[in-house]
Design a protein around this ligand. Structure first.
Ligand code: FES
Length: 117
């Protein structure tokens, strides 16, 4: 049976906004669990999660811990202004256009947002 971790309640994420949660996920090699800062975004009852690292220069996306800039429906990287869609994490504006944030698999269980294996 899969082990799931509750990251937050759906209502903790502003609709059209983003929050940070730190959780243990597998590293890129899939060999080790590491604590990562995650960005959780929401559109209605659709929740997406990404590792809080910009594909442009590897910087965090937030301008202060857990504080994300959202403009016209895009998550804006605080470092150089790349804009990412909330639903897919694709960069549609800025220096890494066409690249994407690293997605983390989450799902709703009732009113809870859970991290999947
Ligand atoms: S590190 Fe995000 S736009 Fe440069």
């Amino acid at each position: 049976m899969p082990v799931r971790k509750t990251l937050c309640g759906l209502s903790e994420i502003p609709d059209g906004g983003a929050i940070e949660r730190v959780a243990a996920i597998f590293d890129r090699d899939g060999a080790h669990m590491i604590d990562e800062s995650l960005v959780l975004t929401r559109h209605g009852t659709e929740v997406s999660a990404y590792v809080n690292v910009c594909p442009h220069a590897g910087r965090r996306l937030d301008w202060a811990p857990g504080q994300f800039l959202i403009e016209e429906g895009l998550l804006i990287c605080a470092a150089h202004g790349a804009g990412f869609t909330l639903a897919t994490g694709e960069c549609v504006y800025g220096p890494c256009r066409g690249e994407s944030l690293m997605r983390v698999d989450v799902a709703l269980d009732g009113a809870d947002v859970q991290l999947r294996d």
